[in-house]
Design a protein around this ligand. Structure first.
Ligand code: GLA
Length: 404
């Protein structure tokens, strides 16, 4: 007969070892992840040479120094499975194999990301990971993958939470820390369960390089995506980010002002900053948006708070993001195509309430120095009204620092 004490010890140790496996890799994304992904600009048109050049450009453009870390290959790198079920990378695109490319990227001090799908096929109809989760996770670990974007096409009747949890556990069992990026387009309210499963989750359908347009449901413009984030802010924080989708900064459908506004807002939202343009051939203006240190610092602030949509005057909105050291970032957004004259008196508004933190109050009882982040200049204090003209589809983004 089995000793009851031994039985308890056995049951406990089983449940502990089980718990130890059933988790995501913690602390891989204490601030919003930063990197580059092939999809938004190149779609399926890439190969190992291009990805190497992207890695080179990441360093030479100053993006790496500005904080960008991951080079992520999206859909279209895989072509089939071999007899044993191992995933086969496209031999024409990657004649040297994925491992050699990952090594190249790592040698530059960068990290490497790949894409797969929780269903039977990716969105481009290539093999998904359904039924091969543990095998794929081991393959990724052997190649040196640091980031996995996991899509949701061809999922049939699969349950989203279970499917993503399965891959989370497979990655964990494979033993190499992987930042897990959940991409089920916000269809199953991932903000309610994904914080335990991954480090970031898409909140909606695909972004398009279009500022203020209403597209079909499978892709949407920047303003529409922005509107979807307002109610989701309470779910985000260090290691668990809402992902309003990758950046379109520098892509052909956006003017420079629109790219600047888009970037500013994603920084205010504490969104992952995954560039999606051709960084090999980008203009100096686009580069200076993507590498703006003070604006990126707002995104990377360790408090990890997503901005509050504070005031809404129709086409003029005011977004507010508390930062560490009692500093605040404020972004005035002009959604209209015509310029807007701003005459804003902080004393008139006095405070911002944060409904998601028990109606915490941020008050402007003290005087604050205002700093225009894009122009990099001081623009007075909150003792006087803030007067400015904001061009169409552009922003005025300021940081407020208390004057002792
Ligand atoms: C989906 C995703 C996109 C991209 C494509 C690739 O649409 O949401 O971000 O990964 O698939 O096919």
């Amino acid at each position: 007969m089995i000793n009851p004490v031994l039985l308890i010890v056995l049951v406990l140790s089983f449940s502990f070892s089980f718990d130890a496996r059933a988790q995501k890799f913690e602390n891989l994304a204490l601030t919003p992840p930063m990197g580059w992904n092939s999809w938004n600009y190149f779609k399926c048109d890439f190969n190992e040479q291009l990805i190497r050049e992207v890695a080179d450009a990441m360093v030479s453009s100053g993006m790496k120094e500005a904080g960008y870390e991951y080079i992520i290959i999206d859909d279209c790198w895989q072509v089939g499975r071999d007899k044993e079920g191992y995933i086969i990378p496209d031999p024409e695109k990657f004649p040297s194999g994925i491992k050699a490319l990952a090594d190249y990227i790592h040698a530059k001090g960068l990290k490497f990301g790949l894409y797969s799908d929780a269903g039977t096929k990716t969105c481009k109809g290539l093999p998904g990971s359904r039924g091969y989760e543990y095998q794929d996770a081991r393959t990724y670990a052997s190649w040196g993958v640091d980031f996995l974007k996991y899509d949701w096409c061809h999922h049939g009747t699969q349950d989203a939470q279970a499917s993503y949890t399965l891959m989370r556990d497979a990655l964990y069992a494979a033993g190499r820390p992987v930042l897990f990026s959940i991409c089920e387009w916000g269809e199953n309210e991932p903000w309610l369960w994904a914080p335990e499963v991954g480090h970031m989750w898409r909140t909606g359908h695909d972004i398009k390089d279009c500022f203020n347009c209403d597209l079909n449901t499978s892709s949407q413009g920047i303003m529409k995506i922005l509107d979807q984030q307002v109610e989701l802010r309470k779910y985000a924080g260090p290691d668990r980010w809402n992902d309003p989708d990758m950046l379109e900064v520098g892509n052909p459908g956006l003017s420079l002002a629109e790219s600047r506004a888009h970037f500013s807002l994603w920084c205010m939202l504490a969104a992952p900053l995954i560039a999606g343009n051709d960084i090999i051939h980008m203009s100096d203006e686009v580069k200076s948006i993507l590498t703006h240190k003070e604006v990126i610092a707002v995104n990377q602030d360790p408090l990890g708070l997503q901005a509050i949509k504070w005031l809404d005057f129709g086409d003029l909105e005011v977004w507010f993001k508390p930062l560490t050291s009692e500093e605040y970032a404020v972004c005035f957004l002009n959604r209209d195509e015509n310029p807007k004259i701003l005459d804003f008196d902080f004393n008139q508004w006095e405070k911002v309430f944060d409904p998601d933190k028990g109606w915490k109050k941020y008050a402007f009882d003290d005087t604050y120095q205002m700093h225009d982040l894009w122009k990099n200049e001081k623009i007075g204090t909150t003792r006087e009204s803030l007067k400015s003209t904001i061009p169409g589809h552009d922003v005025l983004m300021i940081k407020m620092t208390k004057i002792p």
